[in-house]
Design a binder for this molecule. Structure first.
Ligand SMILES: [Zn+2]
Length: 460
């Protein structure tokens, strides 16, 4: 029974993923305890990325506990900064999220160090010498604070504050986060998967709650039903016929594993020829082994995981990667990052974009300001490693393979809840998508939801 007596039990402040899809951070005050839900990096547009360097409006050592919805860097990648600034409390998340963060966070630290090195070598930083946002060592140190908990386990994470995680679909380990005390509760959707994802199960229904914070990445869009295997097969075959290479920039965690699986299915059904498949991302290779390990958390069988292993060439070292980039042959290559913001995929793009034989297929949401967004919107040239590269290759946006549900998935998920939330705050969307989500919630569920604004503080 949820009772309220007029007193303020909770306060919520939106420190990220408001007006944009990255930088997720929500500061919750409950029982006089300060809980941070998600601690993500901003990616994409420069104005947003600069916020990664701004001081949080709270002293990090005053935070009592941190909870993560899932491992993606735009939800976890700010943790090493918080550690660096003095946070030494626990970081609660699912076991899968912890295993993936063990891979993703040190890599993020490495990329930060590389960025600083690049800025120093090219002398374009305002600061001399340019310092990394954090280092590999900071990232490794903050992993010691992780405290994984089981799904559905009711855990007291601070005096009188309880946490329950439920499956959110999306990627391995992804959870909705319920936080509450005796009187009140709030649920954070994190990133929600779809009802018909090929490898992840549908998001689990939530219990009654007073407040819900819900994502809206695809608040203004519907996915076509996942029957796009034929479309994928046709696109691959057309590329091979031209003698080109089919490159998929993919998120190392989640979409890379889905595509590896689909390619094996297409080969087994003889819908595409038996050409080499390369996974050129050390992170994605490690993430694939985590998916194999947590095989109860997704739909892939042991045989399907083995088919991926047997049918994929894992490109581990930089030398192997360089060799692959210079090869000319029909092949499917999956490489990270998914929005072409960094990583080995940039070398492939530099090599493949200027030739109209090749195809570049983007697989999910491309945040504003990323190279991925520019390419799917028809850019005729893009900047890679300091030089402009002409875009001649075919560019495809395979939104149908996104790991996010569309607005109807979210509404249908809400309809399964024990009862509808009393208040809803919409986050994690570009402004038009979040506003469209607000309209859909009103039309279909009669709920007056509120689109959250950056730094807005609300009393619940
Ligand atoms: Zn995500």
């Amino acid at each position: 029974m949820l009772l309220k007596t007029g007193a303020i039990f909770m306060q919520l402040r939106f420190l990220g993923a408001a007006g944009t899809v990255t930088g997720s951070k929500y500061l919750l005050n409950i029982n006089n305890k300060t809980i941070l839900v998600d601690s993500g990096l901003y990616q994409g547009v420069k104005n947003y990325r600069e916020r990664n360097w701004a001081k949080l409006p709270i002293d990090e050592s005053q935070i009592d506990a941190i909870v993560l919805t899932h491992a993606h860097i735009d939800h976890s990648g700010y943790l090493p900064v918080i550690y660096k600034n003095g946070y030494r409390g626990a970081i609660f998340c699912s076991h899968g999220t912890f295993k993936l963060c063990e891979i993703l966070l040190p890599d993020a630290g490495y990329l930060q160090e590389e960025d600083a090195k690049y800025a120093n070598d090219n002398r374009f930083s305002k600061h001399h010498p340019a310092e990394p946002l954090y280092t590999v060592d900071d990232a490794k140190a903050c992993l010691n604070l992780f405290t994984p908990v089981d799904f559905h386990q009711h855990t007291e994470i601070a005096d009188g504050v309880f946490l329950t995680l439920r499956h959110a679909g999306h990627i391995l380990g992804a959870s909705t986060v319920e936080l509450g005390n005796q009187q009140d509760n709030i649920i954070f959707s994190g990133d929600l998967g779809r009802h018909d994802d090929i490898i992840m199960r549908a998001p689990e229904a939530i219990p009654a709650c007073n407040t819900l914070v819900v994502e809206s990445t695809y608040g203004d869009r519907r996915h076509h039903p996942i029957d796009s295997l034929e479309f994928l097969a046709n696109a691959i075959n057309a590329t091979l016929k031209r003698g080109g290479i089919f490159l998929m920039p993919a998120f190392a965690v989640g979409r890379a594993q889905l595509m590896l699986h689909l390619i094996q299915e297409l080969k087994q059904a003889a819908l595409i020829p038996n050409i080499p498949v390369y996974l050129n991302s050390p992170m994605a290779i490690k993430a694939t082994s985590v998916y194999n390990h947590f095989n109860k958390e997704h739909k892939l069988t042991a045989e399907q995981c083995k088919a991926i292993d047997d049918g994929t060439e894992y490109v581990k070292t930089m030398e192997q990667s360089t060799l692959l980039i210079s090869k000319v042959m029909p092949a499917i290559i999956i490489s990270a990052s998914g929005m072409a913001t960094g990583g080995r995929v940039l070398h492939h793009l530099k090599n493949l974009l200027p030739n109209d034989k090749n195809t570049i297929a983007f697989l999910g949401f491309q945040a504003a300001g990323t190279r991925g967004e520019a390419l799917v919107n028809g850019a005729t040239r893009i900047k890679l490693h300091g030089e402009y590269v002409p875009v001649k290759a075919e560019i495809l946006a395979l939104d149908n393979f996104s790991a996010h549900g569309d607005y109807q998935d979210i509404i249908d998920w809400l309809k399964q809840a024990e009862q509808l939330p009393k208040k809803i705050f919409i986050t994690h969307g570009e402004p038009t998508a979040s506003d469209a989500m607000r309209c859909h919630l009103k039309e279909q569920l009669g709920i007056e939801a509120c689109v959250a604004e950056y730094l807005q503080e609300v009393e619940l």
